[in-house]
Write a protein that binds this ligand. Structure first.
Ligand code: SF4
Length: 366
């Protein structure tokens, strides 16, 4: 027995070019590489097989992520979405997101994926400063990013933009300018990520050789505060540590991840979360990559909920107490350290709690 999947993630592991900071499971290929056709065919078959097994029956959100899903092009995307639409009424989904990069977005593709039922587009812009984009090894420039957003807006209302802060050489003024340009371009949702240096990336090698400065924690904290000030002044609210949205534009798929909703992952490195009341497993197809018992599962739920401004409501807290009898001591400690506050019927992260995420989230782990 297991709880039904409510979210579907489809991983597209291809990009036009590898960015210097990226450690995602993706590879750079040419747009006519036969691997793209093979992938689309394989994914269409996986979607059909999952649907026939009843795994998609309760799915409410779909997320095509990557890599760069739009790099597949209209024909291959249509092949996958058509397979999905044969078994799932896409119009009944709460949300259907496609990730895009500015270099692979044109009006034809925007019109086609919108017509197939995609209703949210998330564009990896990272910065509107050409110097910062060059440092990151992005394939597009700022003008291209603005063109892509305008192009997305020919059909989509629900447009999200990803921005990065704490990039070596990026000034606070440059980051602030990017926030304003994302708003001016019409973004309804903005995600702000501090750069991290991951092993195995060109950035990691450059930092090791002393050719690139490590991201500065203080500069990243200043940028996160700047994002909050600018985006809240514009009318957005911060509903998750890295996510801002106008009311009604919060990402439902990501909220499912942060609230312990079971999800199905399809694609080479996608992970599924399978669970019932007593056990939670993360699986890559049949391989179990994580196996949590009831108490660890509740601890993880608490940690994930603390990413969100909604925090942990009193009802959830009371239920969690049955599995984590030391929860009051944990919360008291977090309140004493200024990382959590109890307000309006919920335990919520403070601004300091979000800044010191490792301390906050780590407190719940056994
Ligand atoms: S476009 Fe995204 S997934 Fe692709 S290499 Fe760059 S950061 Fe990684």
């Amino acid at each position: 027995m297991r709880d039904p999947f409510k979210a579907l993630y489809i991983h597209v592991p291809f990009c036009a070019q590898r960015c210097k900071y990226c450690d995602f499971e993706t590879c750079a290929v040419s747009p006519d590489d036969p691997a793209l056709d093979e992938y689309a065919e394989q994914m269409a078959m996986e979607v059909r097989a999952s649907a026939k097994d009843g795994l998609l029956d309760h799915v409410k959100t779909v997320y095509l992520g990557g890599g760069t899903p739009t790099f597949l092009g209209t024909k291959r995307l249509t092949q996958i979405l058509y397979a999905l639409s044969l078994y799932k009424s896409i119009g009944d989904l709460d949300e259907f997101t496609i990730e895009a990069n500015p270099d692979s977005l044109d009006e034809r593709l925007v019109a086609d994926v919108w017509a197939m039922g995609v209703n949210r587009i998330s564009i990896g812009v990272q910065s509107f400063d050409d110097d910062v984009l060059r440092v990151l090894g992005r394939i597009h420039d700022a003008a291209g990013a603005e063109r892509a957003i305008a192009c997305a807006a020919t059909r989509f209302d629900n447009i999200s933009v990803d921005l990065m802060c704490g990039v070596p050489g990026q000034s606070l003024a440059s980051f602030e300018d990017s926030l304003h340009r994302a708003l001016a371009a019409g973004a309804k949702h903005i995600s702000v990520y501090p750069l991290t240096i991951e092993p195995g990336t060109p950035f990691f090698e450059m930092v090791s050789r002393g050719e690139l400065a490590e991201p500065d924690d203080d500069a990243q904290a200043d940028a996160m505060e700047c994002a909050q000030a600018v985006l809240e002044a514009a009318g957005m609210h911060r509903y998750e540590v890295a996510s801002y949205a106008f009311d009604g534009y919060e990402c439902q798929h990501n909220i499912a991840y942060w609230t312990g909703v079971p999800y199905l992952g399809l694609g080479p490195s996608a992970v599924s979360m399978v669970q019932d009341d007593a056990r939670r497993m993360r699986k890559q197809y049949d391989m179990i990559v994580e196996d949590l018992g009831r108490a660890d599962m509740v601890a993880e739920d608490l940690m994930l909920r603390m990413r969100m401004s909604a925090g942990v409501d009193d009802g959830f807290y009371q239920r969690a107490l049955q599995d984590l009898p030391n929860l009051p001591q944990i919360m008291d400690g977090l309140v004493r350290d200024g990382l959590v506050e109890h307000r309006d019927g919920a335990w919520r992260p403070t601004a300091r709690g979000w800044l010191c995420g490792n301390e906050l989230y780590g407190a719940f782990m056994p």
